[in-house]
Write a protein that binds this ligand. Structure first.
Ligand SMILES: *Cc1c(COP(=O)(O)O)cnc(C)c1O
Length: 394
């Protein structure tokens, strides 16, 4: 590579995504870039859409959008929310809050439940919102609001949404593949994920499961975009070879997605979730043993795919992150928007969702604090993390 950076390349990336991809995926990304109308690629595309469905445990082949999940979520708002719809937006973090701004371009009304960004949405509050506003047609939930590292009770909320005959959008971008969550478990009508987080692939695609109920609503929406980057309709049944692709799919990324799904399905989802949870648990134990505070209000809502640590008083997040990188070559993530400056995130996604990386994270975090003049018992942190690993219980 001729590129010469001013800094060394990281040694270990423990970011909140994108994550360093598995070697098998890097290999797949170097497969030939096939012509999208060639019968080989068309068959392959169908097989990948079906494999996504197998991973998500749904029947219909997945809808694949050829963009990052953030624009994929925007496209969902544009396609699903019609000018007569009332939306219930659930905001327990930056992504949840952000959906409301997209929704505002399309909806008639919005009701919002917002909780402090270290807490989770309560199903009771959702039930109460329906009682007060029976006209709610669409609900948006972020399962794991990554900039907070907290998990929302998607199953309980989904059940309430279904019982009230509304449609549910679930952003599971940074939880699917790293824990036990699937579209049908949480009654999702649009379930959104991607290969760049827990599946340990490259960023660049959106993978979705869309229910018949949601498609019917999109068909009825007079403003649903078509011939547009925000259209879900354009890509409906794109796997089926019944109509041409609306534009050239990201062929190389589809190669990578296929390998990411193989990695996940061949290892076995339950095993994959277990190592994510165990790594997170060991990390939390180590962080606490060094006298640091978790961002999540309770361990029960702390994510198994990303640990958010409160920035110790008197220190700056960016100084800690810079010290961890300079001394140990370890990359950590800051917060985002409202959580920026308040927390530091340690990702446990894909290839780094292995317990040894809990030890790496604790050492680099503690070492960075020591570099900045704090007294930290790194040994106690490592000891606590390894004790969790030895028990092996996530
Ligand atoms: C990563 C992520 C997305 C996608 O955001 P990008 O900026 O496209 O990577 C969406 N939702 C959540 C909760 C995420 O963690």
């Amino acid at each position: 590579m001729s590129f010469k950076a001013s800094v060394k390349e990281p040694v270990i990336t423990l970011s909140a995504g994108p994550v360093a991809a598995y070697p098998s995926i890097l290999q797949a990304l170097s497969r030939p870039v096939q012509y999208d109308y060639d019968p080989w690629f068309q068959e392959f595309y169908e097989a990948v859409a079906r494999k996504c469905a197998r991973a998500m445990r749904v029947k219909e082949p997945a809808l694949i959008l050829h963009c990052e999940p953030a624009p994929g979520i925007e496209a969902t708002a544009a396609s699903l929310i019609g000018p007569e719809d009332t939306v219930l937006n659930l905001a327990s973090g930056v992504y949840g809050k952000g959906f409301g701004y997209w929704s505002a371009r399309y909806h008639k009304d919005m009701v919002e439940i917002e909780v402090p960004y270290n807490e989770a949405i309560s199903p009771k509050a959702v039930a109460a919102a329906f009682k007060k506003n029976p006209g709610i047609k669409i609900v948006s939930l972020v399962h794991h609001d990554t900039p907070s590292g907290t998990i929302n009770p998607a199953r309980e909320i989904g059940k309430i949404v279904r019982d009230n005959n509304a449609l549910l959008i679930v952003d599971a971008v940074s939880s699917f593949g790293g824990m036990d969550i699937h579209p049908d478990d949480c009654f999702a009508d649009v379930f959104i994920t991607g290969p760049g987080k827990c599946l340990g692939g490259a960023p660049g695609l959106t993978v979705m499961a869309v229910s018949d109920r949601a498609w019917k609503h999109i068909e009825k929406n007079p403003k649903a975009p078509f011939a547009s980057a925000l259209s879900l309709k354009d890509w409906k049944d794109a796997w089926s070879r019944k109509k041409p692709f609306p534009f050239t799919p990201s062929v190389a990324e589809v190669n990578g997605l296929d390998a990411a799904l193989d990695q996940y399905l061949d290892e076995g989802p339950e095993k994959v979730w277990h190592r994510h949870a165990l790594t997170a648990r060991a990390t939390r134990a180590g962080i606490r043993a060094m006298g640091l505070e978790l961002w999540a209000k309770s361990e029960a809502i702390a994510s198994p795919t990303c640990t958010a640590v409160r920035v110790p008083k008197g220190l700056k997040d960016t100084d800690i992150i810079a010290a961890a990188r300079a001394e140990y070559g370890v990359v950590l993530s800051t917060g985002r928007n409202d959580t920026l400056g308040k927390l530091i995130r340690i990702g446990h996604m894909g290839p780094v969702a292995e317990p040894i990386y809990a030890v790496v994270a604790v050492t680099a975090f503690g070492g960075a604090l020591r570099k900045l003049g704090r007294r930290v018992d790194i040994g106690a942190g490592v000891e606590a993390a390894t004790r969790v690993i030895a028990k092996g219980k996530a």
